[in-house]
Write a new protein. Structure first.
Lengths: 10, 218
């Protein structure tokens, strides 16, 4: 599972 | 992008349009918390700093971010303008808008300090904005409890915002299953925020749908 931040969300 | 996210974003957009449309068409700001609107401006300004760094994610993403920053500042200006155009309404708003937001600001700073993806200014501000968004509606809900009555504008606005938050939860489940992605920080703060709205809707349901008027317990 990738734990990269949801920077693509608003 | 999955349907829950698109619908969630549209609902978020809708809430802002409802607010702007109502303030402009009725020339009243009654029932709207100035503090909550300032907090939202701060949320967008601290979260979307990546725009200034030209980190391009998608056309959709950029347009929406620019809209959220611009519209939140525009709402603050509209509310400020009513100081002159509608002084009675403005004074009444200031009197009921008495939530102490310094606790929310300090709390969000603290949470960002302990929970962040990396210890860089951008990541810390991003985390701060996530935590601040989760509680930014509190002055607005507090104002409703104090005044004891809810204008239909404010309830439409809060409903659209609550719907946006609720839709983000199935969106995260979808992303976990289809992309194997999981952002503990965004999800935890998002769940807190949704709980705050659920609590409001529960009280609203009990008081209004069951027909007693909105006099929320303090």
């Amino acid at each position: 599972v990738s734990k990269l931040p949801f920077k693509d969300e608003l | 992008m999955n349907p829950f996210r698109i619908l969630g974003d549209l609902s978020h957009l809708g809430s802002i349009l409802i607010l702007i449309y109502t303030i402009r068409s009725t020339n009243t700001i009654e029932g709207i918390s100035f503090k909550t609107q300032v907090l939202y401006s701060l949320v967008f300004l601290t979260r979307y700093l990546d725009l200034a760094m030209f980190k391009f994610i998608s056309f959709y993403n950029t347009i929406m971010k620019v809209f959220f920053i611009a519209s939140s500042i525009y709402i603050v200006i509209l509310l400020q303008k009513s100081k002159k155009t509608n002084p009675i309404s403005y004074k009444e708003m200031l009197l009921t808008d008495s939530f102490k937001i310094q606790y929310l600001l300090l709390g969000s700073c603290g949470m960002a300090f302990f929970f962040h993806h990396s210890f860089t200014p951008i990541a810390l501000l991003w985390s701060f904005s996530i935590w601040l968004e989760s509680v930014a509606i509190l002055p607005q809900l507090f104002m409703l409890t104090k005044s004891g009555k809810a204008k239909s504008i404010t309830t439409h606005y809060i409903f659209a915002l609550g719907l946006y938050r609720a839709l983000y939860i199935p969106n995260w489940i979808w992303r976990y299953m289809s992309e194997s992605r999981f952002d503990k920080l965004a999800i935890s703060a998002g769940i807190i925020q949704t709980l705050i709205y659920s609590d409001f809707f529960y009280i609203y349901y009990k008081k209004v749908i069951k027909g007693k008027g909105l006099a929320l317990p303090t």
